[in-house]
Write a protein that binds this ligand. Sequence first.
Ligand code: 6R9
Length: 650
Amino acid sequence: MTEPSSYPVMDVYRQREATDLSHYQQQYDESINNSDAFWRQKAQRIEWTKPFTEVENSSFDRDNLHIRWFEDGELNITSNCIDRHLDKHGDNTAFIFEPNNPDDSNRVISYKELYRHVCQMANALKSRGVKKGDVVTLYMPMIPEAIFAMLACARIGAPHSVVFGGFSPEALADRIDNGQSKVVITADEGRRGSKTIPLKDNVDVAIQHCHSTRVDTVIVVANTGAEITWVDGRDVDYTEITDEQAVDCEPVSVNAEDPLFILYTSGSTGKPKGVVHTTGGYSVYNSLAFEEIFDYHRGETYWCTADIGWITGHSYVVYGPLLNGATSVIYEGMPNWPTANRAATIVDKYNVDILYTAPTAIRAMMADGDKSIENCSLSSLRLLGTVGEPINPEAWRWLHSEVGKNNCPIVDTWWQTETGGIMLTPLPGATALKPGSATLPFFGIQPEVLDADGTVLNGPCSGGLCIAKSWPAQARTIFGDHQRFIDTYFSSYDGYYFTSDGCNRDEDGYYWITGRVDDVLNVAGHRMGTAEIESALVAHHAVTEAAVVGKPHAIKGEAIYVYVSLNSDTEASPALEKELKNWVRQEIGAIASPDTIQFANGLPKTRSGKIMRRILRKIASDECDQLGDTSTLADPTVVDQLIEQRQMIK
Ligand code: 6R9
């Protein structure tokens, strides 16, 4: 049987009132042609402590760049996430926490309980001197306290900076320093399958590595109960400090354009940048996006498998769902531990209606075949979503038939840390699906495809994906470096936000993301800058030069392939290879650890000294017959050597 290339809107999927593409089209046109009126109305989803008068004040002109939404309005996002649900829905479940070990008991947290936890935590932060505008760093496992801590910060107007628990002490230190964060919230340890992660130990090391910030408070959640070192006066136990606090905490009313959080992400150059999101536009956009894209109805159970260390965790584990009074599953562990079908058993255990996950997780399940779904009915599911990287049609079809039982639409959602919310997506029940395409723009999003010369292309085409006008959830700046924000996103194409993704647009206007066109890798859905890994490598005494490229990988999407040339007095050896892998792990974190290291005598460079990664990518992928033009190389013989060395390590 040949697979269909397009999946029509499902008849069984009829939760919406008027669900067809013309309904979408009508609203979409309104959102673009009558943007102010559209967003003014959508902003009524939010309770404002001071109503805004003006909707949008923005320009993508690089000499006069500004992005402001609802700029004279005031609000508190946590009142919208929690307080306003209390009267009628306070006993509804906000979160069901599934622990790493299936034998440990789960935790069910109602909106009323969430209120108390968040208020007590907010009061605890105040008792340690945290004020509006102070950046608080979180380095947490996926446990409810991580969410309480994020919301506690937002309650008092303190921007949170969540650092993924897989990052190293060095990476954590950089982020603490960058945000000048005096307070860190962590846990003794995190759990990932059979492994534990020494979070508190890492925080201790990170604090020693901070150059410009004196951390005066470390709040520690006892998660595993492990023995940890304790610095009196600085370290405080989470339960002790929260238990003694009042159970109410007045939400601080902030301006719509006050920062809600900083989140670091990798770019093509230099150190990760702290992307800044503000409060008003982010709330309006994600409140709407969550409801529309997941077609969420109160009482349904939603599970987004992302970690709160990433933007998906911020927008679609924490804020989007809570703004809609949703019930979410959160899970501390790995999808395939202790058994291959763990994720599927969680779906069955909680009768999950909506599952939002990453292609890499789907491919890992697929690789385990029937084992990943055995003894599970998955019959509660009615909608599936993916995010993080392009989903290959094979994985899409497997998800559709084996997990969704041919009964669930799949929303393939394309977006970025910088976009704050989902940008390209089908709307379930309205958009016909094509496996591998993120389909059409969400409300208010005006994508354009530009060629290398900056010409806007029409109809079916391929080129760089740009966005022509601002949307409410857009990042406002890079923390402490506004010029870098302008240079990175608004300088490639005049008057456009450039996404750094390439794409194709087909005859139906559907978008097909082809991946990053800058030097950013996407490893298991995580963004990694090649420059970042290279600079970690050259900091090792044995390394003179390093070049990092992505190599296609069946499950992770891309694997990290590294070319390293060594000092003349150092010999290549398996021991050194291991040492370098560990080195990167220590400098950045396990997610950046190279899969392959190829020792090289020299790297292919242009006469002006630029490393030709295109060639390195081809060699790594064993496509040496497709090297293309090598005539501009300073020394073309380097390539033959590299190919020979590649044969040896295969
Ligand atoms: C939300 C998130 C952003 C990059 C982005 C693109 C890739 C994300 C995708 C996708 C194809 C999708 N990406 N979703 N590519 N289809 N549905 O992942 O943010 O970590 O900042 O990564 O991820 O390349 O530019 P972030």
